[in-house]
Design a binder for this molecule. Structure first.
Ligand code: SF4
Length: 365
């Protein structure tokens, strides 16, 4: 079993972000932890535990989990272990922003059971960070990594965003070099997308910002692939690269369609063909938990065709790929001829194929 915990609190909203967050100067850590554990207790009778009795990964994402009081992180992790067996080798990840990482916080996270930190760096360029409305500076990243290492975290992932508007004059190559110089075990790279109702969408609508074109997107993606691979990281999923043995086990569980429970506002859960998602807003979710009513906002069951499509899409995202027979021969040949896929024991997309992942998956019968 895999557990995702959505911590919705952020100090401010980043210009590109449409996640389910609650901007709070003061984070209600204790009441969040109490509500979360109440929701967790409600999951104990779920039949999925019969086949998956042990918790293998826990992921505190958000939002900004590093804004929680570390005592709340400890209470949440202890509360999970109080109900269910957590594997001694469990991967327990906390997403953090660099400005929240202090030696004391890092030590408290480790004492609570966190053994992996995903750091939201995004860029080392001060102009870009300001444009993104990030709360941290580039200068805070290296001390944050050092504090995490000193506290005993030996599995650090850095998030970077690429394909920014040309007008920002961001040097992607320089950002990649600075990230790799910190010797992270893992890198996650996301192309900037324009989501409705964000400041970025408003700037774009008013023609104040011109999004990166496809050529710039492809150039930066392929450069990242080249640099990460040269630095000894394996580009193992369209958006993720890792040192050997350091793939993100939690995210890999999603791509394998392993069972997962989502706790907190907007969190999703999935078991086999079924999935469900929670109320999106923190106040509504908290009210539901405290009133003892369901936190679920919606459910769906995938039919056989949808399941096959999803399994193929997830397979194509990773370097595990698909069984060659899983693709119609004509399509597989066409992809290989175009340089978008290669087949040995499995059929895997190349980085050029990953650039077209959605279109290629959509073309499958
Ligand atoms: S810190 Fe993360 S979740 Fe919060 S507003 Fe920024 S991008 Fe969104």
């Amino acid at each position: 079993m895999h557990i995702y915990i959505h911590v919705p609190f952020c100090a401010r909203r980043c210009s590109y972000c449409d996640f389910a967050i609650a901007v709070r100067r003061e984070v209600p850590s204790a009441s969040f932890a109490a509500a979360l554990l109440a929701e967790w207790r409600g999951w104990q009778a779920h039949p999925a535990w019969e086949d998956s009795p042990t918790v293998e990964t826990i992921y505190l994402g958000g939002g900004t989990p590093s804004r929680l009081d570390p005592a709340a992180v400890a209470a949440i992790l202890a509360g999970i272990a109080a109900e269910r067996a957590v594997s001694p080798a469990a991967e327990t990840t906390l997403e953090a922003n660099p400005d929240d990482v202090t030696p004391a916080a890092a030590a408290a996270w480790v004492a609570a059971g966190v053994n992996r930190v995903s750091l939201g760096v995004q860029s080392f360029d001060p102009t870009v960070l300001e444009w993104m409305h990030r709360t941290h500076t580039a200068a805070q990243v290296s001390p944050a990594v050092a504090a995490l290492r000193s506290a005993g975290i030996d599995d650090i992932s850095l998030d970077l965003i690429f394909a920014l508007p040309r007008s920002l004059r961001r040097e992607w190559s320089a950002d990649l070099e600075r990230a790799l110089a910190l010797a992270p075990e893992h890198l996650s790279l996301y192309g900037l997308t324009i989501e409705p109702r964000t400041p970025l969408a408003r700037w774009t609508d008013r023609a104040e910002v011109r999004p990166a074109d496809d050529e710039a997107y492809a150039g930066e993606f392929l450069l990242a692939h080249e640099r990460m691979t040269a630095a000894g990281l394996e580009h193992y999923e369209v958006s993720n690269a890792a040192r050997p043995g350091r793939r993100a086990r939690h995210n890999s569980a999603y791509w394998r369609r392993a069972p997962f429970i989502g706790l907190g506002p907007a969190a999703h859960s999935g078991f086999g063909a079924g999935r469900q998602w929670n109320l999106r807003d923190w106040p509504a979710w908290q009210r539901a938990v405290e009133s003892g009513i369901s936190t679920v906002a919606g459910r769906e069951d995938l039919d056989a065709g949808q399941l096959r499509l999803e399994r193929r899409y997830l397979g194509l995202r990773t370097i595990d790929g698909l069984e060659p027979d899983d693709l119609p021969v004509g399509i597989r040949d066409a992809w290989e001829a175009a340089g978008w896929a290669r087949t040995s024991d499995r059929t895997r997309l190349t980085p050029e194929g990953w650039l077209r992942l959605d279109a290629l998956a959509a073309a499958l019968p």
